[in-house]
Design a protein around this ligand. Structure first.
Ligand SMILES: Nc1nc2c(ncn2[C@@H]2O[C@H](COP(=O)(O)OP(=O)(O)OP(=O)(O)O)[C@@H](O)[C@H]2O)c(=O)[nH]1
Ligand SMILES: [Mg+2]
Length: 373
């Protein structure tokens, strides 16, 4: 019995020793020999994982990321659900141009109220005995002086403002794209007329969005602007009761011009809340990236991909400092009213393949009118 126990213990010791050596062997065997560790293994996936993507465009900054970067702490990042809600309203088939007028008095409801008042005054002045049944019927009837009745429906309004050529009418077109047109990067549907020629839009123009809000395009100011057009815009800003928010468009390449700063002061003075939209961000990206000599197409070695990654980092930093400078030099960061800063590209190029930023602008419009929280 004792011998048996001793034999068992001896066997167990042998077994443990052999196991230890086996595991050490196994460990040693599994350590790669230094000379065999490749510096770059293009074919092995774990190494490639750390390389920038083949399509380096994925890392180039977009207007959406600029929205995030420059978002003031007062404002929250839009939630997916809010964007979906606002997209549904803007995808309405009811979006359409309603009217264009060069004078404030010609805006349908203003004109209607003015003419109704005129008629009433004339009627009051009229000799009671001459105010025949015909006149009574006339005033009680629903005459709209030739104005389309739908245009008299009271809706909140937002105003697009900006220098000539800043991209107001182009933005109207992007905002009004319907669901199908939205899918195509290059949809050319024109609700509002756009031109390379500055000073193209001469009137206030109303665009009805889903019968919930009116977007008002305006004639630009500054070069090729006209003082008459300036007047209609100022009348609108000073008098329009249903104006909920102004969106001041700044051409990202041109930056703030003197007239923009004067207008910002007037908006603050008139108590009209406003946000800022930086248009043509695609041009700022192109300008900063075209010098960098990124390799966008063809086979890319891991080295080239690493180099692309570094270049994109540099390009992105330059784009951000471009806007930082614009905001800093023009005192935008010190404004008491803290406007939202919204970035947008209406066109695409080698470095930016999609339109970005318009969904946030749509949401901001609806939020400013209390249609979405
Ligand atoms: N690259 C680029 N070009 C744009 C963008 N938005 C507008 N443009 C161009 O800028 C020019 C002027 O655009 P409009 O939309 O007519 O500008 P506007 O502010 O309505 O100008 P006015 O009516 O003259 O006050 C046109 O040639 C547009 O194609 C954009 O986001 N990117
Ligand atoms: Mg225009």
């Amino acid at each position: 019995m004792k011998r048996f126990h001793g034999f068992k213990r001896y066997n167990k010791a042998l077994y443990l020793i052999s196991r230890r050596y086996a595991s050490i062997d196994y460990l040693v065997g599994s350590i790669p020999k230094p000379s065999l560790v490749p510096t770059i293994k293009p074919s092995s996936k774990p190494e490639l994982k750390n390389l920038p993507p083949k399509d380096i465009r994925k890392l180039i900054i977009t207007p959406l990321q600029l929205n995030d970067y420059f978002r003031h702490e007062l404002y929250q990042k839009p939630k997916a659900q809010q964007i979906t809600q606002s997209q549904a309203i803007f995808s309405s088939t009811k979006n359409k141009h309603e009217w264009s007028h060069a004078k404030y008095d010609e805006i349908p409801d203003i004109k209607y109220n003015r003419l109704t008042k005129l008629k009433e005054d004339q009627y009051k002045k009229m000799d009671k005995y001459k105010a025949s049944e015909y006149h009574e019927t006339f005033f009680n009837s629903r005459k709209t002086f030739g104005i389309v009745p739908e245009h008299l429906k009271v809706l909140p309004e937002v105003l697009l403002l900006g220098h000539t050529n800043s991209g107001k009418s182009s933005l109207v077109n992007t905002l009004l794209l319907n669901r199908e047109e939205n899918k195509s990067v290059s949809s050319e549907t024109q609700h509002a007329f756009v031109s390379k020629r500055a000073g193209y839009t001469k009137t206030l123009s109303s665009y009805n969005v889903g019968n919930k809000v009116r977007i008002i395009d305006s004639p630009g100011y500054g070069e090729f602007g006209d003082s008459k057009q300036g007047e209609v815009v100022m009348d609108y800003i000073q008098q329009r009761q249903v104006l909920r928010r102004a969106f001041l468009l700044i051409d990202s390449i041109e930056g703030f011009q003197e007239e923009d700063l004067v207008l910002i002061d007037s908006l603050i003075e008139e108590g009209v809340p406003f946000e800022l939209i930086f248009t043509k961000v695609d041009e700022v990206i192109r300008k900063n990236f075209s010098k960098l000599k990124l390799k966008l197409n063809g086979p890319l070695s891991p080295d080239q991909r690493l180099k692309n990654g570094e270049l994109v980092k540099l390009g992105n930093e330059r784009v951000i400092s471009h806007f930082d400078r614009l905001l800093e030099e023009n005192g935008v960061k010190d404004l008491v009213t803290v406007p939202k800063l919204l970035f947008n590209n209406g066109q695409t190029n080698d470095y930016i393949a999609m339109r970005h930023g318009y969904k946030e602008i749509r949401l901001a419009i609806l939020q400013s009118c209390g249609i979405i929280e």
